[in-house]
Write a protein that binds this ligand. Structure first.
Ligand code: GAP
Length: 513
């Protein structure tokens, strides 16, 4: 646990030190759970968004994109169920006056039991060495099975109570488990209450005519209300998808874990409209496709797992999360939801406008079913960033900090470094830079010794360093150094473009899917 916390602290400080993420309004002591992306962060974020857009929109003939507004007619949120059901169960501690999400307190309690399971697994793995079979151990070790049963019992009771809105039982569970305020240890709790997560705002200048609005808590509704516009103007035939990326806002109570849970965040969502009755097949297909997209980035298959939901949202007939192993454990990264015809039917009812599709093959109209894939861009950023940050021991007894970002996502693809600031080397380096910048985002650095500059680029995540030295003046060759292997190779300037391209071309990455 302490090791995980240390690693997470390193992620936070590295993100700040290397210009990836800053606390919002830091000079005013920041705003809780609101963050700004800095000069490198904005590039990484854009590259993740582009990688998603390429895979989801441009590689599918039957998926198109839109960019809907953040502000929507308030009836949207009545129809979608968010006004009535987008709530979190909250509990206050009477002594510390701190507010918590009741379900998160219980989940954290279970995470501690899970940590005990992991400890047993690690101990056994050490004891049995090569012969260790993790699956078998998890299924047969008495202590571990007991721990797992305890987790299952707690979570299923919590799920059932939340489903029934039985908040008294949620409180009873907290009391039975003797869960204490994590900050003070006090067990003096209030009742559990529901709290709506939408941010309200007003449209219009005068107090009596102003209209109450909400900042959208998900981008999906902008797609549902535009379903027929896109279908008709794009002459889309079912099955087809509409995708978008954009900001969403939630007044999260337990806002913590850096950019994992923010109050203002960005989603990348795709709604796939299908014939009723085929949704289960599409749901399975999108689960597979989305996992493949993640795996294409090469961040380790062992770091992902599916979590199928027992407790379904009001709109879903099936739902699963793709969970990722963050520094604080496996947590939701992306959701895949079979949303039935709930949203289109609800908007039809509340707007009085027909939102149906005429199927020429079947010669009839129907309300399509929807399978949604929904990933938080900031969460994906944290997954990539935390997974890439490594402290590496070197052969000479020293160590280096290296940010092994997948090159396709790295903010800068190469740094151009003249060995010294004289003898015409900066001029040649600038010429290389001026040529490469048409194709790649590249960085120029001539300050400090070259070894120090290599380390800076390793820590910033730049996959290649290109060094211009005196030999360059004679034979137009440079040294290209690979971030991950630290291997250096002498190549001709003219070869650089192709070498870098081979490592960062989107085609080469997406074809691993
Ligand atoms: N349209 C469905 C929907 O919004 P969700 O599970 O509430 O479903 C989808 O959110 C994804 O959005 C999550 O898997 C997560 O990656 C991201 N997300 C949700 N709340 C977030 C928050 N407060 N901060 C950052 N990302 C968040």
């Amino acid at each position: 646990m302490a090791k995980q916390e240390d690693q997470f602290k390193k992620v936070l400080s590295h993100a700040k030190e290397y210009g990836y993420v800053f606390q919002s309004s830091e000079i005013y002591d920041g705003l809780s759970a609101v963050y700004d992306y800095a000069q490198n962060g904005v590039e990484l974020k854009k590259n993740i968004r582009d990688y998603w857009w390429k895979a989801m929109v441009q590689m599918h003939e039957n998926i198109v994109g839109i960019d809907a507004s953040i502000l929507m007619h308030p009836t949207t949120w009545k129809a979608s169920g968010h006004v009535d059901a987008f709530n979190d169960p909250l509990i206050d501690n009477k002594d510390s006056k701190k507010r918590y999400r009741a379900d998160v307190l219980i989940e954290d309690y279970c995470a501690k039991i899970e940590a005990k399971i992991n400890k047993e697994v690690n101990k056994a793995a050490k004891r049995f060495g090569e012969a260790f079979n993790k699956e078998e151990f998890l299924a047969t070790n008495g202590r571990v099975v007991g721990y797992q049963e305890k987790i299952n019992t707690i979570l299923s009771r919590m799920g059932a109570s939340l489903e029934k809105e039985d908040l008294l039982d949620v409180k009873a569970l907290i009391e039975e488990l003797e869960i204490a305020d994590p900050l003070t240890g006090s067990r003096n709790w209030t009742e559990v209450k529901q709290f709506n997560l939408m941010f309200g705002t007003k449209l219009g200048a005068s107090a009596d005519t102003a209209m109450d609005l909400y900042l959208r808590p998900e981008t999906a509704q902008g797609i549902f209300v535009n379903f027929l516009n896109v279908q008709k103007t794009g002459r889309m035939k079912i099955p087809f998808g509409i995708a978008q990326t954009g900001k969403a806002f939630r007044n999260e109570i337990v806002a913590r874990q850096f950019i994992f849970r923010m109050r203002e965040f960005e989603q990348m969502e795709m709604q796939f409209f299908v014939k009723p009755g085929t949704q289960k097949d599409w749901y399975d297909q999108w689960k597979t496709t989305r996992l493949k997209w993640h795996l294409s980035l090469g961040m380790g298959a062992e770091n992902y797992r599916f979590h199928d939901h027992d407790k379904l949202a009001h709109y879903a007939d099936a739902a699963a999360d793709i969970e990722f192993k963050f520094p604080f454990g496996f947590k939701e990264l992306e959701g895949i939801h079979s949303r039935t015809d709930f949203d289109l039917k609800a908007h039809e009812e509340f707007s009085g406008k027909k939102l149906q599709y005429f199927d020429h093959e079947e010669n009839k109209s129907y309300t399509p079913y929807v399978v949604e894939t929904s990933i938080g861009l900031d969460r994906m950023f944290l997954a990539v960033f935390s997974n890439s940050l490594q402290e590496e021991a070197l052969e000479n007894g020293t160590s280096r900090t290296v940010l092994k970002l997948p090159p396709i996502l790295a903010p800068y693809k190469a740094a151009i470094l003249p060995l010294v600031k004289k003898d015409g080397l900066p001029e040649v380096a600038r010429k290389i830079m001026d040529d490469l910048k048409w194709d790649f985002n590249v960085f120029y650095d001539e300050k400090d010794a070259v070894g120090k500059r290599y380390r800076r680029q390793d820590a910033a995540g730049t996959p290649f360093c290109i060094t211009v030295d005196h030999q360059t003046l004679e034979d137009n060759s440079v040294t290209i150094r690979h971030r991950d292997t630290m291997e250096q190779k002498r190549v001709k300037i003219i070869e650089l473009k192709e070498l870098i391209h081979a490592e960062v071309a989107v085609k080469n990455w997406l074809q691993r899917m």
